[in-house]
Design a binder for this molecule. Structure first.
Ligand code: GLY
Length: 373
């Protein structure tokens, strides 16, 4: 049974407070047809929308563009689709979009509307950050992963052939529009992988939410709308809180959002990109991080036990059989988060509390990897 939540069950509003760059995250169920109206009401002087979409959600983008043009507001909408998948996060695609925006008469008052998952949000976000030295951006995430992570917080960018997310900018959106129903066509495996990031917020920031997840895991796996909307709202609240405290990842606070990710990036590289979904690697990475915390006597084994059970209840993996410390540790040393050649990890001390810890012996890291392999 889903524990009822307070307020209007069909909508929630989360505010990310960043002085003049503050913005709202709207979380709804079944209100996609009102996206255009919401955009017009929230974005001042909207005259030209540049709607860039993942080709898999082209219909949704068409619907938003048509809605904008039909409001008798004189708004012009330009539409473009980008192929699905990580290869689209490239300098070539970035340049091509900039050229296209110029060709459709984009100017400093145009607004980019990014419709899709993390690839489109990052790519179109970086285009918005760069065109005419920066134009407004609206994120319309369509995967669970992008709803609870990449669409919020302003990280944008593209990959270089040898380095993911190596080129980019912090560029906050002016608005984020989330509706749980746009995920109806998302494959179950991709959907479940997004739950790993949801669990992450419980461990790093919100112990009552972790307990709520323990009671509602089945409802989430079954995509119960009320449970899902609540999980997205709580995740976005945590993310908004952390980003408001450390927008540009300078104090170490924002780094807590990378719980499990140093291991996860190395697992993805070890497995070969595309074998495991990002959220699956994050689930295993969180297990390795929790194992490391227990090994260093920073956390007791109950924490690991509860995390393991929740990850399993969300039908996500807790181990990767092929994990090889000899392959993973060199990848981890190249991670952007490595400071002065020393590995640093986000480690939990209790559910809802994490610390950034450096100077850990390689032997302990090895043991943590082996314990989840
Ligand atoms: N995905 C981590 C961050 O936004 O900082």
């Amino acid at each position: 049974m889903v524990t009822p939540t307070q307020g209007d069950p069909d909508r929630a509003l989360v505010r990310l407070s960043l002085d003049e760059r503050s913005y709202d995250i709207h979380i709804t169920t079944g209100e996609v047809s009102r996206f255009a109206e919401c955009l017009i009401g929230s974005i001042p002087d909207l005259s030209h929308a540049i709607v860039v979409a993942d080709q898999a959600v082209s219909d949704l983008a068409d619907q938003i563009a048509a809605g904008l043009e039909s409001q008798e507001s004189g708004i012009r909408a330009s539409r473009r689709d980008v192929p699905s998948g990580e290869p689209s996060k490239s300098i070539e695609q970035f340049e091509s979009l900039l050229q296209w925006i110029l060709s459709v008469g984009g100017d400093r008052r145009s607004v980019v509307v990014a419709v899709g998952g993390g690839v489109i949000g990052d790519l179109a976000g970086f285009v918005a950050a760069s065109f005419a030295r920066g134009i407004r951006l609206v994120q319309v995430p369509t995967t669970l992963l992008s709803m609870v992570d990449s669409s919020v917080g302003g990280k944008t960018g593209v990959n270089l052939p040898a380095a993911k997310n190596m080129v980019g900018a912090f560029w906050q959106p002016s608005l984020v529009l989330i509706d749980t129903e746009v995920m109806s066509t998302l494959p179950q495996r991709s959907y479940l992988s997004g739950l790993a990031e949801v669990i992450k917020y419980g461990v790093i920031d919100d112990s009552p939410f972790f307990a709520w997840l323990e009671s509602n895991a089945t409802a989430l796996v079954d995509r119960n709308g009320i449970a899902l909307q609540h999980a997205i709202e709580r995740s976005c609240r945590s993310k908004a809180r952390v980003v408001a405290e450390d927008e540009r990842e300078t104090t170490g606070r924002r780094a807590i959002l990378n719980y499990g990710h140093t291991f996860a990036h190395a697992i993805e590289a070890n497995a070969g990109y595309g074998k495991l979904l990002h959220g699956e690697a994050v689930a295993i990475g969180m297990q390795m991080a929790a194992q490391l915390a227990v090994r260093l006597q920073m956390a007791d084994s109950t924490l690991l036990q509860r995390q393991t059970e929740l990850i399993e209840a969300c039908q996500l993996p807790t181990r990767y059989d092929g994990a090889d410390p000899d392959k993973m540790i060199p990848v981890m040393m190249r991670d952007k988060k490595v400071a002065y050649g020393k590995l640093r990890f986000v480690l939990p001390t209790e559910i809802g509390v994490v610390e950034l810890v450096g100077g850990i012996d390689e032997a302990d890291v090895r043991a943590a990897i082996e314990s989840a392999s």
